[in-house]
Write a protein that binds this ligand. Structure first.
Ligand SMILES: *Cc1c(COP(=O)(O)O)cnc(C)c1O
Length: 406
């Protein structure tokens, strides 16, 4: 049981965008009117049945929702403890949960009257989801991407271009995700009148973490109903990987008031916490401390002077120095528990899921499976673990081939 403090956290964030002492809005003055406009448009959209019907319609006829829940019989038998159920976001169009948020925000952009969307991308997954939504709705799309990431993720660069997006190379700093975010914010400051910033995770200045949570909550809303239909009751625990935290918050949100359901987030442990080469913002007390990055206050990996540290993970989607502010709050109030899986544990989990269930998971999602491998055997056979399989692993085959030396 992790649910010890009774906070009505569904009411959060507060009016200023805070989850306890995390979140908020740390942006240049010029962006404040756009964030206010976005917040107002978001609330108006939710109250407008035309908007919600269109989103529902696209989810069912385009994204392929509801995604199923699969009972992982052979994995459960193999581990010999809890019964394991997988929420199959890998089966959503484009192969991951990111499309849920991209479609929702693209519809919001159209509602506000902005024809141009911009996005940042690291591994390219959010860029692909954004380019997909922009193509579907006939919008102009520019995606910022570090040149190091472009070289590492060629197929996604090509996908985005096929989908009609322009990929803008970023040469500054470490030429990776955090530099791409800086450039995207710069673009937004300059073109804020015409441009919608389509943000990819439960991060950034208020109201983005709230908006992303809302559009990803479909995961948990569906899964809660599906597990009750299949297993006859709620799970004992929900498990999800945590990069920025959007797939995790999307799953957790539906269960937050179910105090008997443990919520477990899994960060990227990389080469191990002691090595410093990881993206475990919560697990490393030396380097992970509250701070401000990209418009929000949360846990950030930083050195003694507050310089943002470079991170490492075998999975590009978890490789970020900060984490969504609501997760910092859920951890502090002990409603959710956070742990990590190393690259090595993740690669083992990846192979096990392939062999026992016929599912090639994204390396991000394999972090959640790694935690299940540790946890399930310690649980009784009539207990239930619900795991979010955030994406499919086709995109990771090159990485896995290199790592396994085949
Ligand atoms: C991007 C990505 C993640 C990490 O992002 P969150 O916002 O933490 O969900 C996890 N899984 C997959 C498949 C991804 O593409």
């Amino acid at each position: 049981m992790t649910g010890t403090i009774n906070v009505d956290s569904k009411q959060l964030p507060d009016a200023r965008g805070y989850y306890g002492e995390y979140g908020g809005r740390f942006v240049p003055e010029t962006l404040v009117p756009a964030l206010d406009e976005l917040e107002a448009a978001f609330h108006a959209a939710l109250a407008d049945s035309e908007f919600t019907h269109e989103l529902d319609y696209l989810q069912s006829t385009y994204t392929g929702r509801p995604t199923p829940v699969s009972y992982a019989r052979r994995l459960s038998d193999h581990l010999g403890g809890a019964q394991i159920y997988l929420k199959r976001e890998d089966l959503a169009h484009t192969g991951a949960h990111k499309i849920n948020n991209a479609l929702g925000q693209a519809l919001l952009a159209r509602r506000i009257g902005k024809q141009r969307v911009i996005a940042e991308t690291g591994a390219g997954q959010h860029g692909v989801a954004t380019a997909t939504a922009a193509a579907l709705l006939g919008m102009e799309c520019h995606v910022y991407m570090g040149t190091v990431d472009m070289a590492r993720q060629q197929p996604n660069v090509f996908r985005m271009r096929l989908l009609g997006a322009e990929v803008i190379p970023v040469e500054s700093g470490s030429k990776t995700l955090k530099d791409a975010i800086n450039e995207a914010i710069r673009d937004w400051v300059t073109n804020v009148e015409t441009t919608f910033y389509l943000l990819g995770s439960a991060l950034g200045p208020h109201p983005y973490p709230l908006i992303v949570r809302h559009f990803q909550s479909v995961i948990g809303d569906e899964a809660r109903q599906q597990i009750v239909e299949m297993a006859g009751r709620l799970p004992d625990a929900c498990v999800a990987c945590v990069g920025g935290g959007s797939n995790a918050i999307g799953l957790f949100n539906a269960f937050r008031d179910d105090e008997d359901v443990d919520l477990i987030g899994v960060e990227a442990g990389g080469l191990g916490i002691a090595s410093g080469a990881h993206a475990a913002r919560f697990a490393d007390p030396a380097l992970g401390r509250p701070g401000v990055l990209h418009g929000t206050r949360s846990y950030v990996l930083q050195d003694a002077d507050g310089q943002i540290l470079n991170t490492h993970s075998v999975s590009a989607g978890l490789d970020y120095a900060s984490v969504g502010p609501e997760h910092a709050f859920l951890r502090e109030t002990e409603r959710a528990y956070y742990t990590y899986a190393t690259d090595e544990e993740t690669l083992e989990a990846f192979q096990l899921l392939c062999q026992l269930e016929g599912i090639i998971p994204a390396l991000e999602s394999a972090h959640a499976i790694a935690e299940v491998i540790k946890r399930a055997p310690t649980m009784p056979k009539d207990s239930i673990l619900l795991v979010n399989l955030s994406g499919r692993g086709d995109k990771d085959l090159d990485t896995v081939i290199k790592e396994l030396g085949e």
